[in-house]
Design a protein around this ligand. Sequence first.
Ligand code: FAD
Length: 461
Amino acid sequence: MIDSRSHNLNRLANELWDVLIIGGGVNGAGVARDLAMRAAHIPGGLRIALVEKSYFSSGTSGRNSQLIHGGLRYLKYGDFGLVREALHERRTLLEIAPSLVHPLEFLIPCYKRFDRLFYGTGLTLYDALAGSHGIQHHRSIYAAAALRLEPALNAKDFRGAVLFHDAAVHSARLVLENLLDAEARGACIANYTELHRVPGGLECRDLLTGTAFHVRARQIIDATGAWSEAAPLRLVRGSHLIFPRIQAGPEALAHFDEKGRIVFLIPWGENNDLTLVGTTDADHHSGPDKVAISEEETTYLRSIVKRLYPDFREDPITSYASLRPLVVQTGRSATATSREHRIWKAADGVLHIAGGKYTTYRSMSEEAVDMLLPDLVPGRDIPCETATTPLNIPPIPPDVEGRVQMAVEREHARRLPDLLYTSTYWGHERRLSPDWLLPLARQMGELLGWSEQRIREEAAL
Ligand SMILES: Cc1cc2nc3c(=O)[nH]c(=O)nc-3n(C[C@H](O)[C@H](O)[C@H](O)COP(=O)(O)OP(=O)(O)OC[C@H]3O[C@@H](n4cnc5c(N)ncnc54)[C@H](O)[C@@H]3O)c2cc1C
């Protein structure tokens, strides 16, 4: 097998890059794809590189609520512009990545007298902001009809439900597909490669070998999310629990707690036999590399499940947590802080992307590239094509061997977590045990030439 990663690292060390993107989350990946597409219209192209210090999409982009949504709750804070933009992007992503983004129906259970009217009014505005988009508009149903859909739902004081549509995404894979598309158009991408500023320039460290080398770039883009040191960001942790399937029907549930926070119960898993429950909003005070669900968050999410499904007795299988890097707004709670993004060029010339939502990554990337191009190719106006060019996503092999091979040979998997959390979500879908991990590590090891010791180290995670 050709070692594409070594080849890319070699290129990184030896070429002069027009643009070097730091961070292989959705924003870095989106910018890489957009730039690579526009570069095709520039004589001589553009030399674009992207480095990610861990596995691709290992940050917030692979550990979020997996929704492409307008953000119903932002209506409450008057963020109409954000909701409209996100709904517009929802339509675009359904069109350009239909195998990874698909419509999902949500049910809002109503337990107070005017809830149906209240949510119905909000959703009328939501539908209006979405415009005509092929996704069905909301509807309101009586308690008996809702209980036919969800017979185990708490029937005490139940007054019916409102149903509406948004979309679900395999968020880690969509990042990967953007990166691979950029690579197919000439970009150089490298995982497990950390970028640092050092006196006199920039240094990359290959975290798999420990080797360090200098890189040279005309323009740097900071897409490091919660790791960015450029702006006063407020780090807000959001956590999820993964349960055996809770709801009976194919729909997700959207529950508003007494403070107006929304918690989703989303049908999940490759076998569709799980429920993803989240999320929380907790100010995070330790560093971005140390993120895990707290006991308080676990208790809170379990209490919501119990409130909605009082007879559900199962324990969560796994959990994951990640950070929202929000633009600081003094005096606002973690929940109320806006998800608006900010893109700006700092005095040292670095372009930063901060805040925002996964749903709006494509339009944010477009804005960032629009800002960058006049410096890279003065006098040229090259329109963005990412909204109208579908991602070329191959079918997923049906068997485990095929999946491992695809991860290693197509998707740059070089450690077991690449397979478990980006190429697939197998790692989130079950309790990890050495018996289950070892054969996977062995198969990866055969493709990558690992020693028996390395295979065992990978399986120990
Ligand atoms: C719990 C939660 C749920 C959410 N749910 C949704 C949702 O359902 N829908 C939605 O639209 N939005 C959602 N969001 C928001 C959305 O997921 C984020 O806005 C988005 O993923 C941020 O992407 P990013 O690329 O900026 O950051 P990240 O995905 O965190 O990527 C940054 C990357 O930079 C890398 N990096 C950092 N430093 C370096 C370095 N020195 N060298 C190399 N690489 C480096 C990191 O390893 C990381 O992979 C959610 C957020 C949270 C926290």
